[in-house]
Design a protein around this ligand. Sequence first.
Ligand SMILES: Nc1nc2c(ncn2[C@@H]2O[C@H](COP(=O)(O)OP(=O)(O)OP(=O)(O)O)[C@@H](O)[C@H]2O)c(=O)[nH]1
Ligand SMILES: [Mg+2]
Length: 294
Amino acid sequence: MSSDINWFPGHMRKALNDTKALLPQVDMVIETCDARIPFASRNPELSQIIGKKPRLIVLNKADLADPAKTSQWIEALRKENTSAVAVEATNRKGLDKVVSESVKLCKDVLERAEAKGRTGRPVRAMVVGVPNTGKSTLINALAGRKAAVTGNKPGVTRDPKWIKTSGRLELMDMPGVLWPKIQSHRMGVCLSAAGSVKDEVNDLVAVAYDTMKMLNDLYPDLMEARYGIDLSEFEVTADEFGYSDKDYELFLEMAKKRGCIMSGGRIDEDRFAKLLLDDFRTGRIGRISLEIPM
Ligand SMILES: Nc1nc2c(ncn2[C@@H]2O[C@H](COP(=O)(O)OP(=O)(O)OP(=O)(O)O)[C@@H](O)[C@H]2O)c(=O)[nH]1
Ligand SMILES: [Mg+2]
């Protein structure tokens, strides 16, 4: 992977322009981020466009994140006066809080509508966020039906779409938007590992190698358990990227332990890279958060 991923196709520019144009139609914005990477998965350009509109941060995929870290994030965001809730959209957990927080954030608008005789007016919310954070899945969970297309890869939703729920919300599904310029190598690795950057634009061995380094640093016990290795036998370098013989040796050893061997005994690095990333993405290594609040 290059040290600065710059995957920002035209449809993302269009999505940012659509967000700007459609913002006056909504009462509030629901911004989904990936609970494993709440910093890297919040796009500052989107934030700028949203401006002062009431906003609820949804830390989605909380089932895959470290629960203690997720609580720390919610606390940190609340200290900044930002409403935030932890959600597991696929498990339908945290949905009630999304509704109640949204209604709370739009109290003034709802009261004004009521004063004009419009009781029970729904809250109109635009759901934005970086690709693959579960915007469409969240909308379907809230709507109680499969109204939006979802998929296990970034860039599934291409056009804005209004979806009504039987409850208090009307939701606009938006295409995911990445940072136009990802700010650091670590953030690029986090977004790639979490599946917000298309695998096709990345060198997956490089992404998996850097992901392994972060995981060995942050969750050594889980890594030892999953891959049958003893990290004390390797001089693993702490959270810093770049090639080191020892880390590469460890990467190959882990691949070997998981049976990623080609005929002739060569290690199949490509297969292991996909396996490790898949393990991380599906939570098979454990509940992991790659970022903590500053
Ligand atoms: N484990 C877990 N997976 C989830 C959760 N929410 C969504 N997913 C999965 O994440 C993937 C992406 O979900 P989508 O709803 O398509 O994501 P999106 O943000 O709409 O993606 P784009 O439209 O591409 O920007 C799918 O495979 C979902 O099943 C969750 O809470 N937990
Ligand atoms: Mg979508």
